[in-house]
Design a protein around this ligand. Structure first.
Ligand SMILES: OC[C@@H]1[C@@H](O)[C@H](O)[C@@H](O)c2nc(-c3ccccc3)cn21
Length: 593
């Protein structure tokens, strides 16, 4: 190819410069525009030079669509982009935040709250399952530091402790590949076709809002912001994260999407691109979209490079074009944004491999990935109580006994054990995707002679009259995401609470909590014989039975403080007044049998 930007042997900076020199303003602004698949088509991609498409939570080509159907859709949009004058390929993004979780039959890993180990391997497996659907960009990892469990997204946060969150940035080399030894830091990196572009989110302070109110205001000194919420961004950038997503929240009343100092003045020492959240610039104003021209002006001039519009792309394109032509947004700002977007697209080899090939479809939901998820589940569970004293432990449970009861709303429900961001945006109860429920796992694990009785919500009389050796009660929160998960009381919703108290009043009980965060449990502890925090384990429920029955020991530790009562919140490790029910880092261990 004698056209420099099309020649993979040319240095990337030369390819960027050559391509930029050829681009019209319309083509440049198109690169800055990301639209949802529901308003995309090959025609739209071609006519508006769209640079990126996404699947918002639950935005799928068809219910239970196969990997091939996903690849067909992505390649159809790509062909539209390749048919433009300059043939700049588009990049497709999706929230693969615990596996490629929008996709039917994808492996669903534990949510971040439960991810204690194996993060790089999980990143690599997730990258493969994203590529299995032809997608090249994952809006992960979320490196929020959740400081108040009343926040609806606390389960998307690894921990309240910035150091734990920093260690979780190991997901990035899993997703993107390890940056080459002694390569320049702060440069985007994606190692080929089995890796994806990652996205550290949401910049910055998303987990520190008042009372955990989603998208709200984080009141913090500069020192607190930099020491609690910022550290993991350093690690992410050093590890070559290619993109950073801006938070809906505000810092001391300033909307992050309009914060030039923190975006351009601080973050953009790295040379990847910065992307807005969904209608993130619209929400700069209250009410959202009250002055969209101002939203575009404030967001783009603050330093945002790609706008997740995601629907009314002509309004965005026309608005930004007006602002550039009338010198409200300098051309230098547009060129900076497009340069960064092109750098990521060139670095990841998208110009050389714009179309997904079907050979990777086989990676979706493989047994190998499910075994990895199962291992992650084992390592994520935390034993908070194990009998009345160490010399009479309840766990591990005997496999061989006459008859056991399994009860609870979360015992035989894949959707409940996966939580939000699974198949649908908010997740959904029921048999929503492939996997192993905890009940199935228990049946797989006990001795064949042991009778396993499942009764979701038994009455006390039933429990008493049946002479069960013990009961496993699996209850917790119903699936939720974002604002819908904001919760000021953090009680176990009924009927879970009454199932727990009824069963535990009548027989020796092991309570397994399926929650995205600590919940009120102190009043019930005395009647619970053993208590396990299982968080949101995902599709591989076998990992729960593996440790319950001693095939593996429990090793998990609390990644966040377990409060005594709600009125203590916010309360985090290191606070002067710290009086938790179970402290950060607490967890009883058991030996494998
Ligand atoms: O799914 C794309 C992004 C995701 O990456 C971000 O983490 C998350 O904050 C987010 N919220 C919405 C969203 C919010 C309200 C209505 C519709 C969609 C969309 N998104």
């Amino acid at each position: 190819e004698n056209i420099i930007y099309k020649d993979p042997k040319q240095p990337i900076n030369h390819r960027i410069k050559d391509l930029m020199n050829r681009m019209t303003l319309e083509e440049k602004i198109g690169q800055m525009t990301q639209i949802d698949r529901s308003v995309a088509s090959a025609e739209v991609m071609k006519n508006y030079f769209i640079g990126s498409v996404l699947s918002g939570g639950g935005s799928v080509p068809a219910p239970q669509a196969s990997p091939e159907t996903w690849i067909d859709m992505v390649n159809d949009f790509q062909k539209g982009s390749l048919s433009t004058r300059l043939g700049i390929p588009m990049i497709y993004g999706i929230d693969a935040v615990h596996g490629n979780n929008n996709v039917y039959k994808a492996t669903i890993f534990p949510h971040n709250i439960g991810l204690g180990a194996t993060r790089q391997k999980i990143g690599a497996a997730t990258a493969r399952e994203v590529r299995a659907t032809g997608i090249q960009y994952a809006f992960a990892p979320c490196i929020a530091v959740c400081r108040d469990p009343r926040w609806g997204r606390c389960y998307e946060s690894y921990s309240e402790d910035p150091n734990v969150v920093r260690s979780m940035t190991e997901l990035i080399p899993g997703l993107q590949g390890d940056i080459p030894p002694n390569s320049r830091k702060g440069v985007p990196y994606v190692a080929g076709q089995e890796k994806v572009v990652a996205c550290a989110k949401h910049y910055v302070g998303d987990g520190g809002t008042t009372e955990g109110i989603n998208e709200n205001n984080t009141v913090a000194s500069r020192h607190e912001l930099l020491s609690i919420h910022m550290p993991a961004y350093y690690d992410s950038i050093i590890k070559g994260v290619s993109t950073v997503m801006i938070s809906y929240s505000s810092w001391n009343g300033i909307k992050m999407h309009a914060d030039h100092d923190l975006i351009t003045g601080f973050l953009k020492k790295h040379s990847g691109f910065v992307i807005s959240d969904w209608q993130g610039i619209d929400r700069i104003t209250s009410p959202p979209h009250a002055n969209y021209t101002y939203s575009i002006l404030a967001g783009v001039n603050a330093g945002i490079d790609m706008i997740m519009v995601p629907y009314n792309y002509t309004e965005f394109i026309d608005g930004l074009t007006f602002l550039v032509k009338n010198n409200f947004v300098p051309m230098s700002r547009i060129d900076d944004a497009v340069k960064r977007i092109l750098r990521v697209k060139f670095t990841m080899g998208l110009f050389e491999h714009p179309l997904a090939d079907y050979s990777m479809a086989k990676y979706l939901g493989t047994q190998e990935h499910r075994e990895l998820a199962r291992e992650a589940v084992r390592k994520s569970l935390v034993v908070l109580k194990n009998g009345e004293s160490a010399d009479e432990p309840v766990l591990p449970l005997p496999k061989k006994t006459s008859k056991i009861l399994v009860a609870g709303t979360h015992a035989d429900d894949i959707g409940n054990q996966c939580g939000g961001w699974t198949i649908e945006w908010h997740g959904k109860s029921g048999n929503i995707t492939a996997g192993t429920t905890i009940l199935t796992a228990v049946k797989n694990t006990v001795d064949p002679k042991t009778e396993v009785v499942f009764n979701e919500n038994p009455d006390p009389g039933y429990v008493k009259s049946n002479n069960f050796s013990y009961a496993i009660v699996v209850v917790g929160e119903l699936p939720y995401s974002e604002t819908f998960g904001d919760n000021l009381n953090l009680t176990i919703p009924d009927p879970g609470l009454s199932i727990m108290t009824n069963v535990c009043a009548s027989v020796k009980c092991v309570v397994v909590l399926i929650t995205g965060r600590p919940v009120v449990i102190q009043p019930y502890l005395v009647q619970i014989d053993a208590l396990v925090a299982a968080w949101l384990p995902g599709s591989e429920g076998q990992g729960v039975a593996d440790v319950l029955f001693g095939d593996y020991g429990f090793t998990g530790k609390l990644p966040r403080t377990w409060f005594r009562t709600i009125d203590q919140l916010p309360m985090n490790v290191g606070d002067r007044h710290y009086d938790p029910l179970f402290e950060f880092g607490y967890g009883l261990t058991t030996q494998p049998v």
